[in-house]
Design a protein around this ligand. Structure first.
Ligand code: PRP
Length: 251
């Protein structure tokens, strides 16, 4: 996990960028306004990105056209605002990019924030997009009368080990975690686990794989997240962007 010192180093780096020689990242180098670099907003790939596009537009942020084209291999994009770039990353990685100061702001699901609980992140706005839930699911073939809550230990496949451990601990159950990064719906049928904990939106993935939702752990929407150090080092730019998102939500 990131330390305050590392964040300070990043802040110093950022401040020193005015004098920096050519950007070695290979990313578009757009030094504007007396050497201040554009802020970076991290966006998650997939369904949240599509949901976020109209909100971004209302906030006056129109990314380069290929940002919404998931077949594009580019990862960093300019926007209609010369002082703002966006990067497109996995939803779990939005929190990491912002917590480590590589991006000053990001949009990420509350599930990711619950899982990582990064102290460097401030989440000032619920954007009301990407609505879904984190749920426990089990095979439809399980005996419905069998109460899984009576076990003291259960094997659970998930991409959310921390959320899962915490949730089952409140039931007095030790969750033996099988940590997967996708396709956890396969785990029960292939004998890796009895249960899964995953995101559920329409429920069609569960149905298509012979599972049913048995408990909702949390309802989820996406949040605007901000790096706390960036709030201090570039307060006007960062609070200005937060205000634009707030106005877009109000409109
Ligand atoms: C999520 C989740 C399920 C699916 C649920 O995956 O892990 O697989 O969506 O959606 P549904 O209830 O509408 O079927 P996502 O598409 O976010 O991709 P991922 O596997 O990369 O996490």
């Amino acid at each position: 996990m990131m330390t305050a010192d590392r964040n300070s180093d990043l802040a110093l780096c950022e401040a020193g960028d005015a004098a920096a020689s050519p950007d070695m990242s290979g990313a578009p180098s757009r030094h504007h306004h007396a050497g201040t670099k554009p802020l970076v907003l991290a966006l998650p790939k997939g369904r949240i990105l599509k949901g976020a596009a109209p909100l971004l537009a209302r906030a006056g942020i129109v990314p380069d056209a290929d940002c919404l084209d998931e077949s594009s291999r580019r990862l960093r994009f300019g926007t209609s605002d010369p002082m703002l770039d966006v990067v497109r990353v996995r939803s779990f990685d939005v929190a990491t990019f912002v917590a480590q100061g590589g991006a000053q702001l990001g949009i990420c699901g509350a599930d990711v924030l619950m899982e990582f609980d990064y102290p460097e992140l401030y989440a000032p706005l619920d954007l009301g997009i990407g609505g879904c839930r984190v749920s426990v699911a089990r095979p439809v073939t399980d005996d419905p009368d069998e109460d899984w809550q009576r076990y003291s230990e259960l094997r659970v496949a998930t991409k959310y080990p921390a959320i899962t451990r915490r949730h089952f601990a409140t039931r007095g159950i030790n969750a033996d975690i099988v940590h997967l990064h996708g396709a956890m719906e396969l785990a029960p049928m292939l004998g890796l686990s009895r249960l899964i904990v995953d995101l559920v939106d329409t429920g069609s993935t569960l149905r298509a794989n012979g599972l049913r939702e048995v408990e909702t752990i949390a309802h989820i929407t996406s949040r605007l997240v901000v790096n706390r150090t960036a709030m201090k080092t570039r307060p006007e730019a960062v609070t200005g962007l937060i205000a634009r998102f707030r106005a877009a939500l109000a409109g």
